[in-house]
Every structure is written in structure tokens, then in C-alpha cells.
Design a binder for this molecule. Structure first.
Ligand code: MN3
Length: 197
């Protein structure tokens, strides 16, 4: 049993002009596929073979650097593709909306805090909206780490994640990470985020 690259629910050009087709195609077929391949190589013949990705990440401190980087890469990108949609954007509704208001005061304040976490993550990494025992929280992680990992500073279950590695935006946005972050809000699939919540 090994991990496989998930198919996208939409075409590579479906998120234009917020995220360009070439970036989506390279990101999915080269970067994410690379994490899948290297993760499978890293767990082959070890006690991690056959375990779920969540199980592996929850005890990643005892695993190799290759498992940490590529296991995180596989989980993070699998979530990332799902929380975007060509029909995305707007604002969450229902219980998720209430939880965002409880945690951050308003949707606008949530947006500002999430965008700030994404913009200020130095170098490569991710910004997250996570579910914790005390409600929702925003955090960020370096490289391919995530809040499911036992080594994470802030732990929780990711319900929204934004990839701020340059490979996620450089072709279209070059150094303008804040513009990419703003565009991401136009494609967030709030229905998917709500179902994970
Ligand atoms: Mn990426």
C-alpha cells in the first residue's frame, strides 16, 4: 500500500486569474507528485508502511527528515487543492461563521490575521486556520510542517491552509506574495472548510 497523488476536482485553469494554470499544473504534477514519491520511498520497508498520513504526522518526531518533509508535503497539498474551488470566495456561513466571529471578532478581522500570518511567514511555509479544543486559531509553520505534527508549536486540526512557498505563486506574482494572498480569498471553498470544521 502506498500513497498516491489525488486528482483535482477542477481543471488547472479553473482558478484563473487568481492562480494561473501553469502554476497549478507544475505544482500538482511536479511538486506534489514529488512529495508522494519521496514519501513512499522513505516509508518503504519501515513500520510506517500502511499507516495513515495523519498517524504518521502525529508521531513525526520519531521519523526521518524525509518522512517529515514529504509526509507534510503530501498532507498539506492534498488539503490545499480541496479548500480551493472555481466557485469559491465569499464568506463562510452557519456554525463556521459563528466560530470565526467568536475567535476573531469578525470575518474581516479573521482575514487580516490570516493574511498577516501568511505574509510574515519567513521563507517557505504555510498559514493555517485550525480547530483546537479552545475554538479556532490561526498559525503558520515553516517548510512542509503542519499543526498535526507532534513537533508543531501550535497544534490543532487544519481546516484551511495556504501554501506560501514561492513555487505556489512566483510565475504569476513574482515577489508580490500579498497579492497572491488576497487572490486566495477569491477561491476559498468555504463549504469544504465548513465540512472539515
Ligand atoms: Mn507547494
Amino acid at each position: 500500500m502506498s500513497f498516491t497523488l489525488p486528482k483535482l476536482d477542477y481543471a488547472y485553469d479553473a482558478l484563473e486569474s487568481n492562480i494561473d494554470a501553469r502554476t497549478m499544473e507544475i505544482h500538482h504534477t511536479k511538486h506534489h507528485q514529488g512529495y508522494v514519491n519521496k514519501l513512499n520511498d522513505a516509508i518503504k520497508g519501515t513500520s510506517l508502511e500502511g499507516k495513515s498520513i495523519e498517524e504518521i504526522l502525529s508521531n513525526v518526531s520519531s521519523a526521518s527528515t524525509a518522512v517529515r518533509n514529504n509526509g507534510g508535503g503530501h498532507y498539506n497539498h492534498s488539503l490545499f487543492w480541496k479548500v480551493m474551488s472555481p466557485d469559491g470566495g465569499g464568506e463562510p456561513e452557519g456554525a463556521l461563521k459563528d466560530a470565526i466571529n467568536d475567535a476573531f471578532g469578525s470575518f474581516e478581522k479573521f482575514k487580516d490575521e490570516f493574511a498577516n500570518a501568511a505574509a510574515t511567514r519567513f521563507g517557505s511555509g504555510w498559514a493555517w486556520l485550525i480547530k483546537t479544543d479552545n475554538g479556532l486559531a490561526i498559525t503558520s509553520t515553516p517548510n512542509q510542517d503542519n499543526p498535526l505534527m507532534d513537533i508543531a508549536e501550535v497544534k490543532g486540526t487544519p481546516i484551511l491552509g495556504l501554501d506560501v512557498w514561492e513555487h505556489a505563486y512566483y510565475l504569476h506574482y513574482q515577489n508580490r506574495r500579498p497579492d497572491y494572498i488576497n487572490a486566495f480569498f477569491n477561491v476559498i471553498n468555504w463549504k469544504e472548510v465548513a465540512s472539515r470544521f
